[in-house]
Design a protein around this ligand. Sequence first.
Ligand SMILES: [Zn+2]
Length: 308
Amino acid sequence: MKITRREFLTATGAAALAAGLPARAWSQATIQAGGVRIDSLSDGNLTLPGNFIFGPAPQDELAELLRGYGYDAIPSRITPPCNVTLLRDGANTVLFDAGSGPAFQSSAGLLGEALGEIGVAPEDVTHVIFTHGHPDHLWGLLDDFDEPVFYEATHMIGRTEFDYWSDPDTVNNIGEARASFAVGARRRLETLGADGFTLFDGESELLPGVLAIPTFGHSPGHYSFALAAEGRQVLVAGDAITNGHMAFERPDWPSGSDQDLEMGARTRARLLDRIVAEDMTLIGYHIERPGIGRAERLSGGRYRFIAL
Ligand SMILES: [Zn+2]
């Protein structure tokens, strides 16, 4: 298994840089294993209040933990990257999540350009498989005209997740902070319609070499996916593990980004145990670009992320 990584600016990015505007940089990392190629592509990044992740954690211990990662204080603002995974095995071209699209945050929604950089056109994508229904993963499903971006693709999502975001009551029960998530998800799922999705349950093989693993908690029906790559497994963790520091060192701590704090923590601990037991490489959607690495087990249920 060979991993290469490159960072690049497009011509427009270079021009923006020359004009003193923020550059638009994409990062891409590639895992090549036999006939399988897996790319981590950047959709850009989000801008969130630090409390969105760190709010429920024990603050004194958290501050100490973060100092070990070079943070003087608990950050008031965080800018996590969005790493979309693309699998190509010669038969299928599979995207795991569709990014944010044009309507969520201006710093995200760049997946189309990142795909263009590696010569993949929207119609080349045969499957879009969603980890969950949050905006930075689902909203890139549709373009500005509410047409499917990947119009030749089969769209797949876990049944629990589909049912949750399709339920008209979700907007009333989800809480104020995520009410817009509910409205946006339902509209997008309805635009494609129930016939527009292939739904799946349990732990099951969706395509040859693509195993769906339920990792509920971050959202009610969140999924991760284990990809077979020449005898090894590459885990698309999605948001079951949302950062390279707290989530590994204290998977048991509640993360404000999880809709169900307790279930999210239990799932994270169980998944990390499996990642180590099965010696998986992992790709984290919001782990620092390009989000690829492995987990090392420390003592006392703690882990460390080792970037590759
Ligand atoms: Zn996310």
